[in-house]
Ligand binder design. Sequence first.
Ligand SMILES: [Zn+2]
Ligand SMILES: [Zn+2]
Length: 662
Amino acid sequence: MGKERILVTSALPYANGPLHIGHAIGAYIPADVYTRYHRLKGNDVIFICGTDEHGTPIAVTAEQEGIPPKRVADNYHKLIKKTFSDIGVSFDNFSRTTRELHYKNSQEFFLRILEKGFVYKKTVERPYCPVCKRFLPDRYVRGTCPYCGSKDERGDQCERCGKQLEPHELLDSYCAICGSSPEQKKTEHWFFRLSEFSERLNEWISEQKHWPDNARNFSLGWISEGLEDRAITRDMEWGVPVPLRNAEGKVLYVWFDAPIGYISSTQEWNAKGWRDYWQNPDCKIVHFIGKDNIPFHTIIWPAMLMAHGDYTLPWQISSNEYLNLEGRKMSTSRGWVLWLHDILGEFSPDLVRYYLLSINPANHDSDFSLKEFQHRVNSELIGTLGNFINRVLVFIKQNRGGIVPEPVEFDDLDSRILETIRGAPGRVGREIKEFRFQPALNALLATAAEGNEYFQHKEPWKRENGTTLYLCANLTRTLAILMHPFLPFSARRVWEMLGLNGRVEEQEWVSAGESPIEGGHKIGSVEPLYEKIEDKKIDAFGKKFLKPGSESKMDILKFEEFKGMDLRVGRIKRVEDIEGADRLYLLRVDLGSLGERQLVAGIKDTYKKKELTGKEIVVVANLEPAIIRGYKSEGMLLAADLDGKPVFLVPEREVKEGAKIR
Ligand SMILES: [Zn+2]
Ligand SMILES: [Zn+2]
């Protein structure tokens, strides 16, 4: 069989918060296992992702915190990218939807389907805040869910019952920024003719017999209820501007531009080669997504692609059910959540990957429990897989001086374990290929268990038998290759301990069925692969990180910002008013060696111009410039909060402008 060409994408994580364990097993770790497997198979596979950085959640967070939306996205992009790298999710490219290339792509996409007649303009009524003097799209409105009665829900989706909402549906609605009740006001928006694609979608989805039943039936059900045209623009500043005249203040809806991000990220990865994946009917495009994203990837996104006409439609959709935490539904707003970076701070990534894959919520919701995490890791990962590998390597080290012995003769048990080796890549690979990640992991563990049983029966500590150790060394090599998709960090270590050439990720999957380690081979230095999780450690971890509401997303954002801050002493040279802004000053600040900077600061309520000129202050000097009221602001003042008013933090004695604060 020839090489397959596969494009794997994972749902673009939204840059308005860190990743939690549910995200990790929802769309990322399974996709990583799948991609790593196909790389070892020698297939032409690429793995594409990036952060989704538009939309009202980021805009609202930014407004509530008084910082530009780009800065919210910058921080979370950085944190999310690092977390993925820490847990070993091996994207070929991880982009962002705020890159210029993506703006261009999204606008071109919009114009193309507009020209083809699949987009039209319509006047509609939308909530408008009379106090903020602007429209209130999506999360700018809050109110009571009309379906379940939950209060303080957001305008796009009810967190309690999960229903997708339109802002005008909310009862007792109010503006998320100022609390006023909105009016209905007329505005123009562009709509995508989704209704025109009902028949084509129905036909296409019916043909996708290889899709999981839930995704297929769910999507067909959606279509049979009747598809409605969808507004693909919003009245707001943050987003990709609608590329038309008379469209000021309008941006593309985040759900429209985000999936185009898959294409943009692929282009960023390879400016020429991207077409081989997106415009090639032989390429299999696989979208790994969370359950709530199914209709967007089986209906709306394919309809967009059909409307455009140049792109290949998705080949497969892999989605998971939900992961609960200690028996309760996770909720970021209520603080009942386990952040991925917290657990990775205490436990090595393969332990986390192992446990998450072992409870992979493929067909039904599953539960993450710290005690179960400890138990599964200790008894299965360490007790079975780690145990076999350690036993074999330590035995060869201690009793054979680190040299793999020559095989002597093969009895029935030996022949059987040789069969185990030969069949293992097929047994594990079949499951991964079919997106059955938990059974695949079980097949890997079963192979190690057979090794343990064999070692136990042969009792090499009683009888010196070269064949047993020779076969066990080769089975260890088999395991190292088969471990790579699931446990990439420990697979690499096993490969090194075996003293083999090259790297495990360069091996061919089928070669895991061979026994190329010969008698006389010298293994490398040996140390335990894993460390058992002790009661004390798991209890302390639970106490620290499983407390509802203990650490809000904003605290994490601020901490992330603070870690990388360059704080400098500056002297205010000039203070000016900004027309129409009651609370803002435009400052000119001397930062010594860094030169002069212009800053916009909301301190007019508290300080008079006279008080400020010549004053020494502390400035955060390494922030990306923000545009506030049309003025560039190249930094931020540091101030303490005194009854809601800012009070400057200043050096106790005069220091030179530009002095670094540590
Ligand atoms: Zn509800
Ligand atoms: Zn308002």
